[in-house]
Design a protein around this ligand. Structure first.
Ligand code: TYM
Length: 324
């Protein structure tokens, strides 16, 4: 099954990224899976060039540390495959302004800044191209990417009906538990790289003491009953989902074992520390060997281009570009 997914290298990876997406990438990796560090997407917001370079390498190392094996799946950096930027233009001439202007993430992000970049508006088109270039059948993502994925399907279908069968229409895959991990301090907001309060986000490389503190201080409620109920008990239910995702159970199964919030929180902190410590150790090893990381990035670019370049040519030709 051809799989493609992507992650932005802006900021440190948090538990939402890991449980909502990367954990699925690891379990579904196969020789036909392509995982992309989307550095072009990171340019839509203000980011220092040196920081972007560092974070891009960090992100590749984190994916490998989380369990993606470059001998099985392909990990690559988006800007290393020129077809992404090229297809973006073709698809910008297929998408409409109204479609992009309606995107929830655009409305949220553009509302927070004056003079936002045009790339923030056209971002979902670049993302659609990321997916369509690989003839992806399945796209494992967290819940917040559903709308972008739906737009990808619409653009693929429109392109195919206007210019002839060209793209595979992809299907999203959103996990059952932890598809939308919420901020630990404000469970009405999703956990995010940029917007969370200091104790609201759990980062993959937080120290164990930091993890314990954040879980202990996580907002719950005062009625004291351990039940999975996202509407009435959003804070506690978020903790149950995080637990269930790490332990591969359902939130209800986890809830049934506990009567006290304190016990649940203690065990959850222990479970997270035990799950993340090996990832942190592997990350440190990988990060200390830049030559090996560079070799993996170079190989990834070659393997990704071999798939993406012919698909770009197919699309360009279908639209009437003479190619070359
Ligand atoms: P990004 O970098 O914001 O997030 C990467 C992945 O993590 C998921 N995620 C979450 N899942 C659960 N709970 C959360 N709180 C949470 N926060 C983030 C996201 O859903 C995503 O799967 N536009 C994408 C990157 C992208 C992409 C692509 C994805 C670019 N091209 C092609 C798939 C296919 C983004 O900004 O993800």
């Amino acid at each position: 099954m051809r799989i493609l997914s992507g992650i932005q290298p802006s900021g440190t990876m948090h538990v939402g990224n890991y449980l909502g997406a990367v954990k699925q990438w690891v379990s579904s990796q196969n020789p036909d899976a392509y995982y992309c560090v989307v550095d072009l997407h990171a340019l839509t917001l203000d980011i220092d060039p040196d920081e972007l370079r560092e974070k891009t390498i960090d992100c590749v190392a984190t994916l490998l540390a989380a369990g993606i094996d470059p001998e099985i799946a392909t990990v690559f950096v988006q800007s290393n495959v020129a077809a992404h930027a090229k297809l973006n233009w073709l698809l910008e001439c297929v998408a409409t302004f109204g479609e992009l202007n309606r995107m929830t993430q655009f409305k949220e992000k553009s509302g927070r800044q004056k003079g936002y970049r045009v790339g923030l508006l056209t971002y979902p088109v670049l993302m659609a191209g990321d997916i369509l270039l690989y003839d992806a059948e399945q796209v494992p993502v967290g819940d917040d990417q559903r709308q972008h994925l739906e737009l990808t399907r619409v653009l693929a279908e429109r392109f195919n009906s206007r210019y002839g069968e060209t793209f595979t229409v992809p299907v999203g895959y959103v996990p059952h538990a932890a598809a939308r991990v919420m901020d630990l301090q404000d469970p009405s907001r999703k956990m995010s790289k940029s917007l969370s309060s200091p104790l609201g986000s759990l980062y993959l490389f937080d120290e164990p003491s930091e993890i314990e503190k954040k879980i202990k201080k996580a907002v719950t409620d005062t009625d004291g009953e351990v039940q999975f109920d996202q509407k009435k008990k959003p804070g506690l239910s978020n903790l149950l989902e995080i637990y269930a995702s790490f332990s591969n159970e359902t939130p209800h199964e986890v809830a049934a074992r506990y009567t006290r919030y304190g016990d649940l929180k203690n065990d959850l902190a222990e479970l997270i520390v035990a799950s993340l410590t090996p990832i942190r150790n592997r990350y440190r090893e990988l990060r200390s060997d830049p030559a090996q990381l560079n070799a993996i990035i170079t190989l990834g670019a070659k393997k990704a281009s071999a798939i993406a370049d012919p698909v770009y040519e197919r699309a360009a030709k279908a639209m009437g570009l003479i190619g070359g």
